[in-house]
Design a protein around this ligand. Structure first.
Ligand code: ADP
Ligand code: MG
Length: 238
């Protein structure tokens, strides 16, 4: 299970109101994409869901349980960042194992999960290497594998393809889509790229200056944008 509910979440940094009242429902198994221009609050919203930032007000619920004061490690989420955030001194295998060891998983269970995730993501040849010995695309697959082995209720992706070149972006995007189909997991994915949003999303959330402009299926937004901003962003004239 992995549903998410956000109720009137606001976030300010000092005098700057970054999130101005966000309400959102994500169903178990949905692939939801947050789009919007740089600085509109996408990463901040993801970090509030993850518990890496506290909301200034409002509530976050995962599977109907309020997690507003629950630390990140206890929320059942795993996050994948644009910059991979791998430990450079650890092998690929140890990068994937670390969180599971810290959570007290038995060695046999850790082996099993790493075996399954590395098969799914074609990572078997690289398990003994360090991140510095991998390409950008391989590193991002390791970061995705590290999320998969944790068996989270919610996957959070923050612009995971932004540092990859065009060909790798397409491949990695297809891998993420395939992962979603296989795991039937709930995924929340931030991007400023319309193509990624249109191809991956069950539901797109269009953000602008800390507010939601519109929520809908890709074709719904494309055919019936609520306003000029959404039309401009999704690329169909109103
Ligand atoms: P996006 O991911 O959509 O590009 P962000 O959520 O990163 O946007 O940032 C939204 C706004 O919040 C920006 O104006 C940014 O400068 C500001 N911001 C983000 N994090 C912090 C922080 N820790 N302290 C102060 N301002 C921040
Ligand atoms: Mg961001």
């Amino acid at each position: 299970m992995g549903s998410l509910k956000i109720e009137n979440v606001k976030k300010s940094f000092g005098p700057v109101d970054v999130l101005k009242g966000i309400d959102l429902d994500v169903k178990d198994g949905e692939f939801v994409v947050f789009v919007g221009p740089s600085g509109c609050g996408k990463s901040t919203l993801l970090r509030v869901i993850a518990g890496l930032e506290d909301a200034s007000s409002g509530r976050v619920l995962i599977d109907s349980q309020e997690v507003t004061s629950t630390p990140p490690a206890k929320r059942g989420i795993a996050m994948v960042f644009q910059t991979y955030a791998l430990y450079p001194h650890l092998s690929v295998r140890d990068n994937m194992a670390l969180g599971l060891k810290q959570a007290g998983e038995p060695a046999a269970e850790i082996d099993k999960r790493i075996g399954a995730a590395s098969a799914m993501l074609s990572l078997e040849p690289y398990l003994k290497r360090r991140p510095a010995e991998l390409s950008g695309g391989q590193r991002q697959r390791v970061a995705i594998g590290r999320a998969v082995v944790r068996e989270p209720k919610l996957f959070l992706f923050d612009e995971p393809l932004s540092n990859l070149d065009a060909a790798l972006r397409v491949n990695t995007r297809l891998e993420i889509a395939q992962l979603h189909r296989r795991l039937k997991a709930t995924m929340i994915y931030v991007t400023h790229d319309q193509v990624e949003a249109m191809t991956l999303a069950d539901k797109i959330v269009v953000l602008n200056a800390g507010r939601i402009e519109q929520i809908g299926a890709p074709m719904e937004l494309y055919q019936s944008p609520a306003n000029e901003f959404v039309a401009g962003f999704i690329g169909s004239p109103k």
